[in-house]
Design a protein around this ligand. Structure first.
Ligand code: ZN
Length: 358
């Protein structure tokens, strides 16, 4: 998940939303025979996630698992007897490592263990490795590395205290984690529910997010890479401090233009929609607009990423949102710097400032 710091992207009017309402907690909407949409709550501003249950022989496959807390698991219990008609979960597929997607993967894997042991989730290896690095706070994921990174980009000590030093919240949403996976490579074709789905890789939101496209059924399970109303959170963390996730994200979006335009996009947040190309184009325009606003904001004098948060986010941010806002602000200045539009200077005070290239 982690789109709470995302902004509203414009131009949603050209999209077609065939379902006016989401399924109620514990209920499902059958999108086509055997493909069910269910929804789980989230304990932050972005208050829900969509999951996809696909009937497969004597069992069910699920794509994404919900935030790993009791409230979600109670709703899962309803689905086990209701939506799933008492048939077991036999496959767990995850789009990426974020807590609302991976949070219950291990709990479900153990719950539906067979004589061979717990189910082994199917996902990108880079996402599984990242889950463990973040949860363990190892290497550049240590609190001290995060605090130094936030400091260099201009957050105040008080802001660092409530963001970097607030403790590891990742483990709170993913209390147990799978230690192994059945690796899905970008570009792989996998069969789910008797149909072929191709794994489309996405960068910028997380290292190796996977979306799943079924041309035959005209469905795209887009995860967090393509959302109808909010722009996906793209962020820089210390482990890849000089990276350009805005560029990575916009480049990744290009692959979706090859999906058939009558495809129903099944996003992790918001309502299913048609109009992939219009949505991709709107997001491209949105990012160009934001970059232009940012260039204007530094025209008079170089600024830190923290200085630019009010330019990029024109609303009051809570601590959870500030954590992602600074990472997203760094993503935007890095993009400008990588594109040759911004200078990047480390001042005598240790702060990194970005100015307009003359
Ligand atoms: Zn996410």
């Amino acid at each position: 998940m982690r789109n709470s710091s995302a902004s509203i992207a414009r131009m949603t009017t050209t999209l077609d939303f065939p379902y006016a309402e989401p399924p109620a907690a514990g209920a499902s909407i059958e999108l086509s025979p055997g493909i069910h949409w269910i929804r789980m709550p989230l304990p932050f501003a972005l208050d829900h996630i969509n999951l996809w249950l696909i009937e497969e022989g004597e069992g069910w496959a699920v794509v994404d698992t919900g935030f790993g807390v009791e409230a979600t698991r109670a709703i899962w219990e309803q689905h086990f007897v209701g939506t799933m008609k008492g048939k077991p979960l036999t496959r767990i597929i995850c789009t990426h490592y974020h807590p609302d997607h991976l949070g219950n993967a291990q709990w479900l894997a153990e719950r539906f263990a067979t004589h061979e042991g717990p189910l082994i989730p199917e996902m990108s290896l880079l996402e599984l490795v990242t889950a463990h690095a973040v949860a363990g706070g190892t290497g550049a994921h240590q609190k001290s590395a995060l605090a130094a990174f936030f400091h260099s980009h201009g957050l105040t000590e008080e802001q660092i205290e409530v963001t970097a030093n607030r403790g590891n919240t990742y483990s709170g949403g993913v209390p147990t984690r799978p230690t192994t996976c059945q690796r899905i490579f970008p570009g792989d074709t996998i069969e789910i529910g008797g149909k072929l789905w191709s794994a489309i890789v996405g960068h910028g939101h997380t290292p190796e997010h996977l979306s799943f496209y079924c041309e035959e059924a005209r469905f795209l399970i887009s995860g967090d890479m393509l959302l109808p109303k909010i722009s996906t959170n793209v962020n820089v963390w210390p482990v890849t401090a000089l990276s350009d996730p805005v560029g990575e994200y916009v480049n990744s979006l290009q692959a979706f233009k090859y999906c058939e335009d009558d495809t129903l996009v099944l996003p992790s947040h918001g309502l299913p929609f048609r109009g992939i190309k219009a949505r991709v184009e709107a997001l491209e325009t949105h990012h160009e607009d934001r970059m232009n606003e940012l260039y204007s904001a530094v025209a008079e004098s170089p600024k830190t990423a923290a200085d630019l948060i009010p330019t990029l986010f024109r609303r009051k941010l809570d601590n959870h949102q500030l954590f992602f806002a600074i990472a997203e602000a760094v993503a935007h200045v890095n993009h400008g710097w990588r594109a040759g539009r911004l200078t990047r200077e480390v001042g005598p005070d240790g702060l990194i400032r970005f100015g307009l290239v003359a």
